[in-house]
Design a protein around this ligand. Structure first.
Ligand SMILES: CC(C)(COP(=O)(O)OP(=O)(O)OC[C@H]1O[C@@H](n2cnc3c(N)ncnc32)[C@H](O)[C@@H]1OP(=O)(O)O)[C@@H](O)C(=O)NCCC(=O)NCCS
Length: 124
């Protein structure tokens, strides 16, 4: 939770079984989750502690949570500059018009809080 707050990641409706965490000894150094919205799945809350970044941990968390949770499709919202990071885990960008309604609402919410181009991606 501290990790999520530190990066202002999505900490709403937390339930432990949605998460995959990465640990170094007893310390949690990264997390990701797949959250169930009304009628779709969203990958989010992806955070790696700053001193552990660029070591492949974030990419591994994304790939592993998709192995653990086989339900599809999984959507995500991210900054456009993150597209290549997520495409390595099998996500493709889609037009917001093709996203489920609940995700469209998220998109408006996130877009109003964050500066920068937000895109929607899907792992089909
Ligand atoms: C995004 C994040 C989880 C990546 O974790 P990580 O352990 O560093 O990931 P990896 O080592 O597997 O991959 C690093 C790659 O992601 C890229 N990346 C990370 N943050 C980026 C950003 N904001 N914009 C563009 N690329 C970014 C790095 O440039 C690097 O690319 P490269 O492999 O081509 O050199 C981590 O930077 C983080 O916690 N950021 C803050 C929270 C956040 O932005 N979460 C994602 C919300 S969509």
């Amino acid at each position: 939770m501290v990790l999520i707050r530190s990066e202002r990641a999505d900490g709403r409706e937390i339930s432990c079984n949605q998460f995959l965490i990465a640990k170094d000894k007893d310390e949690i150094i990264g997390c990701a989750r797949i959250k169930e919205l009304d009628n779709c799945l969203e990958l989010g809350s992806l955070v790696v502690r700053p001193q552990y970044r660029n070591m492949g941990i974030g990419g591994k968390l994304v790939r592993e949570i998709l192995i653990k949770d086989k339900r599809r499709p999984v959507y995500l919202l991210c900054l456009a500059q993150m597209a290549s990071f997520y495409s390595r885990a099998g996500f493709n960008e889609i037009d917001i018009g093709l996203a489920p309604d609940t995700l469209k609402k998220e998109y408006s919410l996130v877009g109003s809080k964050i500066s920068g181009k937000i895109i929607v991606m899907i792992n089909p």
